[in-house]
Design a protein around this ligand. Structure first.
Ligand SMILES: Nc1ncnc2c1ncn2[C@@H]1O[C@H](COP(=O)(O)OP(=O)(O)OP(=O)(O)O)[C@@H](O)[C@H]1O
Ligand SMILES: [Mg+2]
Length: 287
């Protein structure tokens, strides 16, 4: 089952073109949607999740017309929004059971309870299942968020910047969980963290100001930069005087700026050819 997006366009009041003629095919597996703040990631995800209409364009999951069969798609969908809203003073087990019954998961109370317990075990919240979700840490809430997104064995999972605010350990746990389910279904993950996409996703897209800038594998994104990335270190004064190059990024290493530039030919000036990375491709496409 794959997701096919064709010519999707959305303009908000005030003439903000959040999606500008986006066409994408998303196969089974983990798909990374990479873009800076305001790129249109959440708009795209909410549209796929049937929570918002586009102005033009189509989305198909297999042969199901997503925008015309919302009720059907919602049965196949697991969605973790960027803002999960207010957490009730209800235990994880009661809240998840409630969400399960809303989604029609489980044939009866006992069966539903088994599914809920199994999910809480899977996201490593079983021991704290009787505690109120409101008292959970950020990482625990995200894991609860994934548990609710996994209710009903979704074929399409959408998670919108799920690791914002998680410590490295929680982030790893979260991603391991996601990549386990991601083998057999379509998982779309949005982020502005380049490393996340590199580690997790077989396929990715870079979007910027509503436009699709790149679609392919992380390694093909890197390969497209091969022979065109040059770097050198310079003093802060040199950096201030530095111009006439297409600078992709400037990083401090031990307090000294390392500048990476994009150039089709050797820029001279002491620059050395550098091994391209995904961040180079990202900065190249969002400038
Ligand atoms: N309800 C809305 N009304 C008007 N403009 C909106 C609305 N929602 C989003 N926008 C605008 O549309 C553009 C895309 O927003 P969107 O939230 O989809 O981006 P994003 O990639 O998810 O950003 P972030 O990384 O900050 O979450 C932005 O310019 C945003 O200000
Ligand atoms: Mg967003």
């Amino acid at each position: 089952m794959q997701l096919s997006i064709k010519s999707l366009t959305k303009t908000y009041p005030g003439d903000v073109r959040a999606l500008d003629n986006i066409s994408l095919t998303i196969p089974t597996g983990m798909f990374g949607l990479l873009g800076p703040n305001g790129a249109g990631k959440s708009t795209l995800m909410r549209t796929i999740a049937t929570l918002q209409d586009a102005d033009e364009g189509s989305i198909y999951l297999g042969d199901i017309d997503v925008l015309r069969n919302k009720a059907q798609i919602r049965r196949y969908l697991g969605y973790l929004p960027q803002e999960f809203g207010v957490y009730p003073r209800t235990s994880a087990v009661s809240l998840l059971t409630h969400l399960a019954s809303l989604k029609g998961v489980g044939d009866n109370t006992k069966h539903r309870r088994e599914i809920v317990d199994a999910l809480l075990f899977r996201v490593n919240l079983y021991d704290v299942r009787q505690k109120a979700v409101a008292t959970y840490s950020g990482g625990m809430r995200q894991r609860f968020g994934i548990a609710q997104a996994l209710l009903g064995d979704p074929k399409l999972i959408i998670v919108d910047e799920p690791t914002a605010g998680l410590d490295p350990g929680e982030r790893n746990r979260f991603y391991n969980l996601l990549s386990e389910v991601g083998e057999s279904v379509v998982v779309i993950l949005s982020t502005h963290i380049v490393e996340d996409v590199k580690e997790l996703c077989q396929n990715m897209a870079i979007i910027h100001r509503g436009q699709l800038k790149f679609n392919g594998s992380p390694s093909s994104a890197e390969a497209s930069m091969r022979g065109r990335i040059w770097s050198r270190s310079m003093s802060k004064q040199e950096l201030r005087d530095f111009q006439g190059f297409r600078v992709l990024s400037t990083k401090l290493i031990e307090g000294r700026p390392i500048v990476r530039v994009f150039s089709e030919t050797d820029p001279g000036e002491g620059f050395q050819g550098a091994e391209p990375n995904l961040e180079d491709a990202f900065f190249f496409h969002i400038q």
